[in-house]
Design a protein around this ligand. Structure first.
Ligand code: HEM
Length: 406
């Protein structure tokens, strides 16, 4: 036991020395070790990542997303059905069930000694993590098995024709993986499951957090809500039919709103990277090779140099005339560079469809103010308490915003 404690103590002292020597030279608040891609959290690393990223990129082509659009609409309409019940309640707590997995990872990140598997494997949170992972794996395995059974390759291809990729037949992600495996490409069942897990985690919690923050912001900004409702009405030209992909593409103000929501509340508030070589910053600080660097997206998005009056919710910041001259990396909700979010177009379409469907059917009224929310990061940005709004049915031709009876 003694050697074990000495080892942990030694690790902490060495880490603090290393931190003092290198990272403390970087201006800003003191750094803390971050786990991210380096520790193979959000997917794999190195060659494995590179091969799989290349393999999967075509599955996120715009035509594939378009193929899924009906699915976004159906689910948004189902959500509206469920929200009808909420109209009779005094308030609705928006965020969906918190994924506990993120919480456990956050606990580990804050305690560097738990990075050592020899210690971590004996802890209670590791036990809890194993239970959760088993449940998640069971779910992803059942999705894969179901798809394998209904898999008829010839029906699955989507035609695409664009400048970047030329004319090609494309497959959605899981179909692509199954087809590659059938054609002899080296990917095991375990490999397919790993990719499905990654996409489920990254695709679900991030967009649901984004939609939750968007709804509370919209509820608190009636002028924005009114403009959104007007835009939907004008694009739909008074029709009650379900949205088409082209309708959502025409909702430009909605796009500005979603962008501003992700600026104020980036679903992934920070990311980690390990440097491959020595980097000297423009102000002369050396970041040596193999340093783990935390990129705090939330702080960047709230920097008054790029965003004057940064706490103000102002979708017009993203009008083309207002983004002119702004540093391209001052807005990175989906990260940047080769390891950026592969699902960003998918996420934007999904968020826009869900928000447009909700605003088309309901008037959102404020209860909690965004400024009073206590933010926490469980890998994905969350709040420690409820995020309450009031939902009222939107009747055709009725006043949009009635703040009585809240
Ligand atoms: C609002 C929604 C989303 C946000 C804000 C978001 C943000 C991000 C960020 C910041 C990263 C980089 C992580 C890092 O560098 O450590 C990332 C990576 C990733 N995202 Fe998203 N994401 C969103 C939705 C989605 C969706 C819908 C999918 C899939 C359908 C997805 C799949 C992925 C994958 C697979 C990666 C890892 C990419 C790689 O390592 O090559 N994300 N996301």
């Amino acid at each position: 036991m003694l050697w074990f404690l000495l080892f942990v103590l030694g690790f902490i002292i060495l880490y603090q020395k290393w931190r003092h020597r290198y990272i403390s030279k970087i201006p800003g608040p003191p750094s803390w070790l971050l786990v991210g891609n380096t520790f193979q959290f959000l997917g794999s690393s190195g060659d494995k990542w590179h091969t799989r990223r290349k393999m999967l990129t075509p599955a996120f082509h715009f035509n594939i997303i378009q193929q899924f659009f009906k699915c976004f609409v159906d689910h948004s309409e189902q959500l509206v059905e469920r929200l009808q019940e909420e109209c009779t309640k005094p308030y609705t707590d928006i965020p969906p069930l918190v994924t506990q997995m993120g919480q456990l990872l956050s606990v580990r990140i804050g305690r560097p000694w738990l990075f050592l598997n020899c210690i971590y494997q004996f802890t209670a949170i590791k036990k809890e993590q194993n239970l959760l992972i088993n449940t998640l794996h069971k779910f992803s395995k059942s999705v894969i098995e179901n798809r394998k059974q209904s898999f008829a390759e010839s029906d699955l291809y989507v035609d695409s024709n664009d400048e970047q990729f030329g004319s090609k037949k494309r497959l959605a992600m899981l179909d692509l993986l199954l087809t590659l495996k059938n054609s002899g490409v080296q990917i095991s069942d375990e490999g397919i499951r790993e990719e499905v897990d990654t996409f489920m985690f990254e695709g679900h919690d991030t967009t649901s957090a984004g939609i939750s923050f968007a709804l509370i912001l919209i509820a608190n900004h009636p002028n924005v809500q009114e403009k959104l409702a007007e835009e939907i009405k004008s694009v739909m030209n008074g029709s009650d039919r379900s949205f088409l992909f082209s309708d959502i593409q025409q909702m430009h103000y909605l796009e500005l709103v979603v962008k501003e929501c992700l600026r104020l509340y980036p679903s992934v508030p920070s990311i980690g990277r390990k440097t491959d070589y020595d980097i000297v910053t423009s102000t002369g600080y050396l970041i040596p090779k193999d340093t783990i660097v935390g990129v705090h997206i939330y702080s960047l998005h709230h920097n008054p140099i790029f965003y004057p009056n940064p706490e103000k919710f102002d979708p017009d910041r993203f009008l083309p005339e207002n983004t002119k001259g702004r540093h391209p990396f001052s807005y990175i909700p989906f990260s940047a560079g080769p390891r950026n979010c592969i699902g960003q177009k998918f996420a934007m379409v999904e968020m826009k469809t869900a928000i447009a469907t909700i605003i088309r059917n309901f008037v959102l009224l404020p209860i909690d103010k965004p400024v009073n929310l206590t933010l926490i990061s469980h890998m994905v940005l969350k709040t420690s308490d409820e995020m309450r709004i009031k939902i009222r049915k939107r009747y055709k031709g009725s006043e949009l915003f009635t703040y009585c009876n809240i």
